[in-house]
Design a protein around this ligand. Structure first.
Ligand SMILES: O=C(O)CCC(=O)C(=O)O
Length: 286
């Protein structure tokens, strides 16, 4: 028995590389975060020139954009590809056209900060063997009705590389996530496969490039559907392949995700996410 998780849950996480923990956060806290995210979306709307669009595979369309590459220590807004009409005008109000907010709400906004740093989260991190967990990035994912794009199969280690590999995803359903509105899917045991690609900054640090370590695509036939009611925590080993489908329904699927790494692991300076002025902090409030 861990501090929060049962032995059975820990075994499941070790076996599968992911774990669904229902009722981890109260509805009230989820709704408070949801309201705050909508507010931040209004407050941080970028100018049309700055706006970065996320393509279907979850990559920014303009990876060279300073706006994206410096977002590791900011609160920035990223739009859905279908948020714009043929003339480049937003089809809806900005906060209804966003793909996500990223990537430092957990450090810069008090509501996100306290949601991200609870004793329960510290206990879970300790249960799964994280010795010095530090919160590297946060994303608030809107998965808007009709326009919420798919996130293709990837591992988080690909984007947040540490040596040794240490990233863990703490994903929270802020709305009910169902097969209909684009819930997450993951490959049971997929964390034991070698990670197949690494995204890093190019030499001039103006764009990201993908190093393909193994061109074989991940086997997708045995994916497990991770439907999750509001307040559910989904833990994801950094090496487990996961994805989510587009939201073609009329229901939003808001989610919040934190990626934590081991503070003792090496964090290469060619990772896209750099925080030169904002020190990393752990889960506990002190
Ligand atoms: O919420 C989603 O649809 C994708 C999230 C994801 O891939 C992640 O948190 O690593």
């Amino acid at each position: 028995m861990g501090k929060y998780l049962t032995e059975g849950q820990l075994q499941s996480f070790r076996d599968d590389g992911f774990l669904v923990v229902p009722n981890f956060v109260s509805d009230q806290h989820c709704l408070q975060l949801r309201e705050r995210a909508m507010k931040l979306a209004e407050l941080h709307v970028p100018s049309p020139e700055e706006a970065t669009v996320f393509t279907a595979d979850g990559k920014p369309q303009h990876t060279s954009d300073d706006y994206f590459l410096t977002s590791g220590e900011q609160i920035r807004c990223f739009f859905e590809k279908d948020a714009f009409d043929e003339d480049g005008n937003l089809r809806a109000e900005p906060h209804l056209a966003l793909n996500k907010l990223g990537h430092a709400m957990h450090d810069l906004d008090p509501v996100f900060d306290s949601f991200s740093r609870t004793p329960e989260l510290a206990a879970v991190a300790s249960d799964i063997g994280m010795r010095d967990p530090v919160l590297l990035q946060s994303m608030y994912i809107f998965k808007q009705p009709h326009i919420g794009g798919e996130v293709t199969c990837h591992t988080d280690h690909t984007y947040l590389w540490t040596e040794p590999q240490s990233v863990v995803g703490f994903w929270f359903a802020i709305d009910d996530a169902t097969n209909e509105n684009g819930c997450m899917w993951a490959l049971p045991g997929g964390h034991r496969l070698p990670v197949r690609s690494r995204s890093r900054l190019n030499e001039s640090r103006t764009a990201t490039v993908m190093d393909v370590l193994d061109p074989e695509p991940y086997p997708l036939d045995n994916l497990q559907c991770l439907e999750a009611k509001r307040g559910t925590l989904v833990l994801l080993d950094g090496a487990v392949p996961h994805l989510s489908a587009a939201n073609t329904s009329d229901k939003p699927r808001h989610a919040y995700t934190i990626h934590a790494i081991d503070g003792a692991a090496r964090y290469p300076d060619d990772n896209w996410l750099q925080r030169p002025t904002l020190p990393l902090r752990g889960f506990s409030l002190n």
